[in-house]
Ligand binder design. Structure first.
Ligand SMILES: O=C([S-])c1cc(C(=O)S)c[n+]([C@@H]2O[C@H](COP(=O)(O)O)[C@@H](O)[C@H]2O)c1
Ligand code: NI
Length: 447
């Protein structure tokens, strides 16, 4: 299927100032779906748009409660999905994960079965819920009035849970039958997180190390070790950093881990940033340390780029040596390298080597030029440039994924397919380079 699959922004950053806003989730007490939604609401996501989006899912048998809850004296937002027939679970807090329920261990193969959701509710209750697979959930989301971007985020998060479940239980992904996550409260948590992220216009996110507790938790599968297998599968696959602590109980749920994995676009916080706003989401349990998820909206501090032009005339190197130096310079981080024909002193035909580089690469690149050519001197001067803002788009062609650069000038957008991707698809399919180029350009222009 053709279309766009992801959209990391790489704006030209030659100006000093503040970059685009990004989300930072500080997971010192782990992460779950409800805590994430609460933190995003506290950060300013529209409650009305959230409720409208959830209503459009067409699910019933539940009610959403948005409120305030104090953790260690700190007031935070709370988000609770209360299923019909349940008490308001939000006002209860946990100290123990493992309850002495009468658990039904045969439920996994029945279509309608008892569900004890004991990390979310402090009372022993049972309510039926329906098993759903990824196709059912995709249909519910696609039928809703959520924005296309919110739908894509929710589907990505469900995909991550499905992948983890498939790996843990050894089933193909299409056969994964969601249990807890198939229940209404989990669909609501994931869609609510996606709606809030969309409403806050979050396109970049950094996730801190995620604290996890220890011991065991009782869920539909039975008694599982903490972190539960779905969480370790997601953390392993998506490179989330877990910090295992002695605190008894489950701090990271599979839903929370999947949201973290699904929204993360950056490995680490920028070196320098300012905080635009913070929001706190309260968990339901009580741990010795405040059970809060803190969300920061931050802006990266952009420093003015310092570019240099390095130049030297070379009249006694072979074509092979010049080719080698160019390759080494690019591999060592030169922004651009070229040779211009020159007619230099003593009437010698020669090559003018020109290298554009960042300040922090300058010494290394000069070292390479001295090492691999016969030159004994390099001229340098600072450069200024005007660069148009650009984005890298990834489009799905019928032959596979390919990247294109979108460049913006005023109202106009120009799309340039990435050479390497065009060449790869031309190699793989045997189709003409130009046909593939045009198709990538067409898809990128539709974004
Ligand atoms: O698929 C899901 S959601 C799931 C998988 C596992 C495995 O480790 S496999 C465990 N659980 C437990 O269910 C509850 C609810 O989790 P949510 O992510 O739906 O909030 C929790 O205790 C999980 O550890 C769920
Ligand atoms: Ni499971």
């Amino acid at each position: 299927m053709a279309g766009v699959c992801e959209n990391p922004v790489q704006a030209a950053d030659q100006e000093e100032g503040w970059g685009s806003k990004m989300l930072y989730l500080e997971c010192l007490s782990g992460i779950s779906g409800d805590m994430t939604v609460a933190a995003l609401l506290d950060l300013g996501a529209s409650r009305d748009r959230l409720l409208e989006g959830l209503a459009s899912l067409g699910l019933d048998g539940y009610e959403v409660k948005i409120g305030r809850r104090a953790k260690c004296g700190v007031e935070a937002c709370s988000f609770d999905v209360i299923l019909d027939g349940e008490e308001d679970g939000g006002s209860h807090d946990y100290t123990e994960q493992l309850h002495d329920h009468d658990h039904d261990h045969d439920h996994e193969h029945s279509h309608e079965h008892t569900h004890t959701h004991d990390h979310e509710h402090s009372h022993d209750h049972r309510h039926p819920h329906v098993h759903r697979n990824l196709g059912d959930i995709t249909e519910i989301i696609n039928r809703s009035a959520m924005t296309e971007r919110a739908k894509a985020t929710a589907l990505r998060i469900f995909g991550i849970v499905a992948e983890a479940e498939a790996r843990v239980h050894g089933n193909p992904i299409e056969e994964v039958h969601f249990h807890e996550v198939g229940a209404v409260d989990s669909i609501v948590d994931i869609c609510a997180a996606a709606i809030c992220l969309d409403d806050l216009d979050i396109t970049e996110a950094v996730i801190s190390e995620i604290s996890e507790g220890s011991g065991h938790v009782h869920c539909q599968h039975g008694i599982l070790p903490v972190p539960v297998p779905a969480v370790t599968a997601i953390a392993g696959e998506y490179g989330l950093y877990l910090r295992l602590t002695d605190t008894r109980g489950e701090m990271v749920t599979p839903t929370g881990a999947a949201i973290a994995a699904g929204v993360r676009t950056r490995e680490a916080l920028p070196d320098s940033f300012r905080i635009v706003k913070t929001g706190m989401g309260a968990g339901k349990k009580d741990f010795p340390k405040a059970n809060l998820l803190r969300a920061y909206l931050i802006e990266e501090r952009k420093k003015k780029e310092e570019l240099w032009m390095l130049e030297t005339n070379i009249d006694d190197a072979t074509g092979e040596a010049l080719g080698y130096v160019m390759d080494r310079l690019f591999r060592a981080g030169a922004r651009d390298v070229c040779y211009l024909p020159a007619f230099m002193k003593k009437n010698r035909p020669a090559w003018l080597l020109k290298v554009v580089c960042d300040e922090d690469r300058r010494e290394d690149l000069e070292g390479l030029i001295f090492c691999h050519t016969t030159t004994i001197g390099i001229r340098r001067y600072p450069l200024e440039r005007t660069a148009l803002p650009r984005k890298i788009l990834t489009v799905k062609t019928e032959w596979g994924e390919a990247r294109a650069k979108a460049v913006f000038r005023g109202e106009q957008t120009f799309c340039y397919p990435e050479y390497e991707d065009v060449a790869r698809l031309a190699d793989e399919t045997g189709k003409p380079f130009q046909d593939i180029y045009e198709e990538i350009r067409r898809l990128a222009a539709e974004v």
